[in-house]
Design a protein around this ligand. Structure first.
Ligand SMILES: NC(=O)c1ccc[n+]([C@@H]2O[C@H](COP(=O)([O-])OP(=O)(O)OC[C@H]3O[C@@H](n4cnc5c(N)ncnc54)[C@H](OP(=O)(O)O)[C@@H]3O)[C@@H](O)[C@H]2O)c1
Length: 334
């Protein structure tokens, strides 16, 4: 009988600046035969995420760096093909951290069971997965409440659009920034944002002041840089900032100096809290109940950009830094 073959993507060299295809290699492997207590999974979708860029650098961070010559990893959703563990049977759908490959062998503790009834299954990488949970955790972190004026950057992306939709459900006025006219339409017409502006079309502070003349109570920061500086200037007294991401700096060879107006933290008595979604894993069931309920009731939409084939995964990842995605960027593998 012929052995199962699988393709996976390895890190060939550490990128300097924006990653290129030359930093990665696609290799063929043969998953090892199953031992007792193991499960064979075929990935259906894998996630590409901006945080993976940081893992391509050398050095210590909150997640270990990817190793040269080894396969990358990250979120994925797949079908159980074969199981020698009582916890799973063929046909079960599972999420895992074994992305960037077509097949893998794992132990039950490395898999999380999800329902096949919710479609598309890629929703478990987006609105009902890590990025949706990041949005939900960020709003809880700074206790977003009815009446708050909330500004979300990177708003048309995976975290941003869900953060804005959930803030609307809490009774907030929500403003988003994103990088194209298509994205602004998505935010106001599909996600219910009250206003949206293109951060590339003019100075961010000017545009933010136009949409929020009385200032903002909450800033959900996905991008850092000029937008964070503008938000600091637009914050009201006792405003709160969710420090979720800083994609505008992820490919910088030399970190840029921080905001020139940080003293707003003092004069306005602001709070800025850092968020790492994995700190919230003990509240995953609560997130799944709450946001899963909104999703099933049609109150939260899931938007995604789907790229097909593992050979296109590197391009999908690089595309995140070029704004090629609306909603969650995922790669369909099977
Ligand atoms: N703290 C955590 O636990 C956690 C968890 C998940 C994600 N994050 C962070 O949250 C942020 C959003 O992640 P995501 O998964 O939802 O990604 P995403 O927003 O779906 O995709 C990235 C988007 O960022 C925008 N972008 C790219 N370069 C930019 C730049 N120089 N300036 C401003 N915007 C730029 C692009 O949209 P435009 O067309 O609008 O430019 C692009 O579509 C990232 O910073 C990520 O690292 C943090």
């Amino acid at each position: 009988m012929s052995r199962l073959t699988s393709r996976e993507i390895c890190l060939a060299s550490r990128p300097s600046g924006i990653p290129t295809a030359a930093n990665f290699t696609l290799v063929w492997t043969e998953p090892a035969p199953l031992k007792d207590g193991e499960v064979l999974v075929r990935n259906l979708f894998m996630s590409v995420d901006p945080y993976m860029r940081g893992r391509m650098n050398e050095g210590k961070s909150y997640v270990p760096a990817f190793e040269l010559g080894k396969p990358l990893d990250g979120g994925a959703v797949g079908d159980v093909i074969e199981s020698r563990a009582p916890e799973f049977k063929p046909g079960d759908v599972v999420t895992s951290n074994f992305g960037w490959r077509e097949y893998f062998v794992a132990s039950p503790g490395q898999l999380h069971s999800v329902s096949r009834e919710i479609q598309p299954l890629s929703v478990y990488l987006g609105t009902l997965g890590m990025t949706g949970m990041t949005a939900w955790a960020g709003l809880n972190l700074v206790e977003v409440k009815a009446g708050d004026v909330v500004f979300v950057s990177g708003a048309a992306g995976a975290v941003g659009n869900v953060a804005g939709q959930l803030a609307k459900l809490r009774g907030c006025r929500v403003i988003g920034s994103a990088g194209s006219a298509e994205k602004l339409r998505f935010l106001t017409e599909e996600c219910g944002f009250d206003a949206a502006f293109n951060y590339k079309a003019g100075p961010v502070l000017e545009q933010l002041n136009r949409e929020a003349p009385e200032g903002i109570d909450v800033y959900f920061d996905n991008v850092g840089g000029e937008t964070l500086e503008a938000a600091l200037s637009a914050m009201r007294v006792h405003g709160r900032i969710v420090a979720c991401g800083g994609i505008s700096g992820y490919n910088e060879r030399n970190p840029r100096p921080g905001p020139s107006n940080l003293f707003n933290m003092t004069t306005k008595r602001l709070t800025m809290k850092g968020l790492i979604v994995s700190d919230w894993l003990d509240r995953r069931a609560e997130f799944e109940r709450e946001v899963g309920g909104y999703f099933r009731a049609g109150k939260v939409k899931h938007k995604e950009t789907v790229v097909k084939g593992i050979d296109q995964a590197v391009g999908a990842f690089i595309g995140l830094f070029e704004g090629q995605n609306v909603g969650k960027m995922v790669v369909e593998l099977a």
